[in-house]
Design a protein. Structure first.
Lengths: 112, 115
């Protein structure tokens, strides 16, 4: 059973701080890695995708991938109360780019 | 460009009944997949369809089935509903560009409650 593990939450940070979310995966064949944000009662919203080793930045978000360590992370700089949500790490699995395995999610709370 | 559209958004069914959920993918997307989300198990992959064929399948019992039509719209069906089937059912679509770089977008989901 291919697994995706996320650091246990909940995670609480003050407004303006950096929030760090971590994820490890077991399928060495995975090629596509995603971070989704899910507000309570809503569906997951894609915020970052990363496919090669290194960092990828998009505004206040930076995704980091290390395939050798099977590790992917998401940094949120200048955290805002509106960033308070559950963050889901997803990895393609089973050799398919159309089948995602999700972690259980990390609940982030940004305190004003 | 319209997103992934799911209907109905909310429904309540009784144990033993069956339910059909519908999904219209983003225009031009030919891959449609379905996921179940519960508080205990999180988000779990049900199946994926492309060109009216099931291409990938998750670890769910045969009570869960789906299909895709020639216009890429998809339906999923759950027969003989159990209380544990209460969940948010999410449809997602993808453009099938192939290889890494394929992005999957979710609809707003269908909330199913089984009583």
């Amino acid at each position: 059973q291919k697994e995706v593990e996320q650091n246990s939450g909940p995670l609480s940070v003050p407004e303006g701080a950096i929030a760090s979310l971590n994820c490890t995966y077991s399928d060495r064949g995975s090629q596509s890695f995603f971070w989704y944000r899910q507000y309570s009662g809503k569906s997951p919203e894609l915020i970052m995708s990363i496919y090669s080793n290194g960092d990828k930045e998009d505004g206040r978000f930076t995704a980091q991938l290390n395939k050798a360590s099977q590790y992917v992370s998401l940094l949120i700089r200048d955290s805002q109360p509106s960033d308070s949500a559950t963050y889901l790490c997803a990895v393609n699995s089973g050799g398919s780019n159309y089948k995602l395995t999700f972690g259980k999610g990390t609940l982030l709370t940004v305190n004003p | 460009k319209a997103g992934v559209t799911q209907t109905p958004r909310y429904l309540i069914k009784t144990r033993g009944q069956q339910v059909t959920l519908s999904c219209s993918p983003i225009s031009g997307h030919r891959s449609v997949s379905w996921y179940q989300q519960t508080p205990g198990q999180g988000l779990q992959f049900l199946f994926e369809y492309f060109s009216e064929t099931q291409r990938n399948k998750g670890n769910f019992p045969g009570r869960f089935s789906g299909r895709q039509f020639s216009n890429s719209r998809s339906e999923m069906n759950v027969s003989t509903l159990e209380l544990g089937d209460s969940a948010l059912y999410l449809c997602a679509s993808s453009s099938n560009t192939g290889g890494a770089g394929n992005t999957i977008y979710f609809g707003e989901g269908s909330w199913l409650t089984v009583v």
